[in-house]
Design a protein around this ligand. Structure first.
Ligand code: ATP
Ligand code: MG
Length: 570
């Protein structure tokens, strides 16, 4: 490809609303253009990067026996009604709700499998596709990081039994790890919540980045890593487990409702407050939830414990359950039969403070188990850095940030049972098929690569993802010898198997250097003044100051070797 033919409009400045580095650099480098919020066009350079990522993903899926499909993006409503996912809030509706735009394809694949797989002999089956997904994200952000339309590799496994499903999960997990390694990305797999897809086993792949929106907690002893949404929270021990607790007492706290205000008003640290929330469980029953004052209730853990999303109750329900306005609820003296669940740590609070279930009043010197019945105890709070590690009692958790680029789920028979996908086993019995599903955000991976690999001047693509491996920069287009030397080097590079680009534009050298630093092609070769001594200048984008003069006749072989060396680094 020649720069005179390439459509790569670079920008000096990025739009002000582009906050993430990857968003700014992909816009400025001419990789993408916005059409609407969370909707982007891929320009030729962007498409080339997507193609390189996709090729790596295909090779790794083929390696573990994946069959490539291309499934429809348009789903008839009836299909999602079968799994109950027609109500999912990220769905885009088409034609008065007769159709949806595809957001993930479990149901479509399961529909094929239930019709065409009858026998154990047809299992296991591993299917995948690389295709556009549509999700009506409430807050698209960061360009390709969170789009409403994005490219995903999604894979689905179908197996005879749980053991075989686990083997499939492990295989895909391994393939994903190899994909990110081959892409030149430092990634980490972490324990994850299975969220809307449901199921038991689930891990996410994170590309580590300080600007990543996911928080990962890691154990400093074992290396155990979990998404903070999911990480088990180990209760802090009681401060002074044997100190006597005076009798409980009601005190006036007029208009004092928040944890901070109560803590200040009564001069009691938030760690001794018991926060009381009223939620509505999936069965419609109001349920009282307790966590220590300084802790955050984890919605995902609560949902897992109660069997589904359990939003906060409205003020009227709070008043009915606690007989007090919001801000004064507490676990003492609740109506008989009220379900109360508490984070395990609440049991370690001594001499606590809670709302008194009366307007403008709190209770002090509260001792759980003495002043109110010990509630159902479970893990309900969000773990934080500094907590004891769930993987090792001597370990402590520390925090890192990452971008979720992949997700693997083993969901058992959740979809196959709902949709009647069964098979005849060897013994003649009809059994449900076990399933797993797996996704890599292809377009998000492109952005994550930029987040991890850039400097003040632009992108520094890992060679495996770069739109071109090398660029020949011709600086003296009107010089007698330079154009011809650049052409022959360009031809030589292509003959040597290097994915090369020739910058034959009639532009000042400074403009060209700025563009290629921004676009981030790994190897730059300047054909310029030093040609008079028979040399071209070769440098790596990541180390621009290290320019090496190479005799023009050796340059193609030299660059081919350099590219091979870069590829071998991963
Ligand atoms: P998130 O938690 O970021 O919203 P998710 O957990 O809903 O994502 P999955 O259903 O696990 O997403 O999708 C598989 C992969 O697809 C994700 O790991 C991510 O890389 C990618 N992905 C998901 N949503 C988006 C999006 N809106 N834009 C770009 N990529 C996405
Ligand atoms: Mg996910």
């Amino acid at each position: 490809m020649r720069a005179t033919q390439l459509f790569a409009p670079t920008l000096r400045e990025a739009p002000k609303d582009a906050e993430l580095v990857s968003h700014r650099l992909l816009l400025r480098g001419g990789f993408i253009r916005p059409l609407a919020s969370g909707v982007y066009s891929y320009l030729p350079l962007g498409l080339k990067v997507l193609g390189k990522i996709s090729q790596i993903l295909r090779e790794e899926m083929e390696r573990i026996g994946g069959n490539e499909f291309l499934l429809p993006a348009l789903f008839p409503r009836e299909l999602l009604e079968e799994s109950g996912r027609d109500k999912v809030d990220v769905l885009f509706h088409v034609k008065e709700h007769d159709y949806f735009l595809g957001f993930t394809h479990e149901e479509v694949l399961t529909d094929i499998v239930r019709a065409d797989v009858q026998s154990y002999k047809q299992l296991p089956l591993l299917a995948y596709q690389i295709q556009t997904k549509f999700r009506n994200e409430p807050r698209p952000r960061g360009g390709l990081i969170r789009g409403r339309e994005f490219l995903m590799l999604d894979a689905y496994s179908f197996d005879r039994d749980a053991a075989s499903a686990e083997r499939a999960y492990a295989k895909v997990r391994g393939a994903f790890q190899r994909m990110f390694d081959r892409c030149g990305l430092a990634s980490l797999s972490v324990q994850a919540d299975s969220g809307a897809i449901g199921g038991s086993q689930s891990e996410e792949f994170m590309v580590l980045s300080d600007d990543g929106e996911d928080t990962v907690l890691r154990c400093d002893v074992t290396g155990y890593a979990a998404n903070a949404e999911r990480c088990e929270a180990i209760p802090a021990p009681a401060e002074d487990p044997n100190a006597p607790v005076p009798p409980m007492e009601q005190v006036a706290t007029p208009g004092v409702t928040t944890i901070e205000d109560v803590s200040r008003f009564l001069s009691v640290p938030p760690t001794r407050l018991i926060k009381t929330l009223v939620v509505v469980a999936p069965d419609g029953e109001p349920t009282v939830v307790l966590v220590r004052g300084d802790r955050e209730l984890n919605d995902a853990k609560l949902a897992r414990h109660l069997g589904g999303p359990s939003p906060l109750a409205d003020a009227a329900t709070v008043a009915r359950v606690t007989r007090a306005p919001v801000g004064f609820a507490g676990p003492v003296g609740l109506a008989q039969g009220t379900r109360v669940i508490a984070d395990r740590e609440v049991a370690t609070v001594r001499d606590g403070v809670t709302g008194a279930n009366a307007t403008d009043a709190h209770l002090v010197h509260v001792l759980p188990g003495r002043d109110f019945p010990t509630p159902e105890l479970t893990d309900l709070r969000t773990a934080v850095a500094g907590d004891v590690s769930p993987a090792d009692p001597d370990g402590r958790l520390y925090e890192q940030h990452g971008i979720e680029v992949g997700h693997v789920f083993n969901f058992g028979t959740k979809y196959t049972q709902a949709m009647g996908a069964t098979f005849n086993d060897e013994d003649g019995a009809i059994r449900p098929i076990f399933g797993g599903s797996y996704g890599v955000g292809v377009s998000r991976t492109m952005a994550a690569a930029v987040e991890q690999h850039h400097d003040a001047d632009g992108i520094i693509w890992p060679v495996a993802l770069a739109p071109f491996e090398a660029v020949v920069i011709l600086t003296g287009i009107r010089d007698e010898a330079q154009p011809q030397a650049a052409e022959s080097l360009y031809a030589g590079l292509r003959a040597a198997g290097v994915d090369a680009l020739l910058d034959d534009r009639d532009e000042r050298p400074g403009v060209k250097f700025k563009d290629w630093d921004l676009i981030g092609i790994p190897v730059q070769i300047v054909v310029g003044k030093s040609l008079a001594e028979g040399n071209v200048e070769v440098s790596l984008r990541r180390d621009k100051k290290q320019r090496e003069a190479v005799p023009r006749g050796d340059a193609a072989a030299h660059v081919a070797a350099l590219v091979r060396q870069l590829k071998a680094e991963v």
